[in-house]
Write a protein that binds this ligand. Structure first.
Ligand code: NI
Length: 215
């Protein structure tokens, strides 16, 4: 009787261990590949809302690096970006190369943009993508903002061929990459939505850049 009990207990233990191992293995293989899609230079009165609708249909959260002067012109679009659950970051106030400015002028570009974001959303952003990717090292210390660059740049602003943009991104991108696009062009918005469809099909999950950076 005791022997039988021990055998049953042993079998139960084996089944438990086996199922646990299988579950863990499945969790590893089922973990999605993360990727972030980002848009610079908005809000844009013609294309941002079209993009937002497309993102919502696909259940995707993106990251928008906005220009302060455009936020002031189109606050309602910024409200929609915020309401859509997307992450908002600072680009600059005007589209200028911050490294060509004095420290004070560059800081003003950042501060005025973050103030504009605050006026619309009630919070300031911790993230900045400076125009042309040109930052000033000493500003890093002053602003305490997190600089976000990119991994994949299809130069979408140079072409109106959406297919070419899609091709450049989907052939290059990898897990944990940050894709750079601009919601200032019809072709870029079309390309972005096609890129999302293709990459979701490949098992990618779109996240905002803070989710990639915080890992
Ligand atoms: Ni830009």
């Amino acid at each position: 009787m005791t022997v039988l009990l021990l055998v049953i207990m042993g079998m139960c233990g084996f089944v438990w261990y086996f199922s646990k191992t299988v579950t863990q293995a499945m969790e590893v293989t089922m973990e999605t590949k993360k990727i972030a899609i980002t848009f610079d230079d908005g809000p844009n009165p013609e294309y941002t809302e079209v993009l937002l609708e497309g993102l919502q249909e696909r259940n995707v959260h993106a990251t928008f690096f906005l220009l302060g002067a455009e936020i002031e012109k189109y606050p309602k679009i910024v409200q929609k970006i915020e309401a859509g659950g997307h992450l908002i970051g600072v680009h600059a106030y005007e589209h200028v190369n911050l490294s060509n400015l004095t420290d004070a002028a560059a800081m003003e570009q950042v501060d005025k943009t973050n103030e504009a974001i605050y006026q619309v959303t009630g919070k300031r952003s911790e993230y900045i993508r400076p125009p042309y990717g040109c930052w000033k090292c000493n500003l890093d210390y002053e602003t305490k903002m997190i600089e976000v660059l990119w991994d994949v740049d299809p130069l979408d602003w140079k072409t109106d061929n959406a297919d070419a943009v899609v091709e450049r991104v989907v052939t290059k991108c990898q897990e944990n990459d940050i894709i750079l696009l601009h919601d200032a062009y019809d072709s870029s918005v079309k390309a972005a939505l096609r890129i999302i469809d293709i990459l979701q099909e490949q098992g990618y999950e779109f996240v905002t850049v803070d989710e990639l950076i915080l890992e």
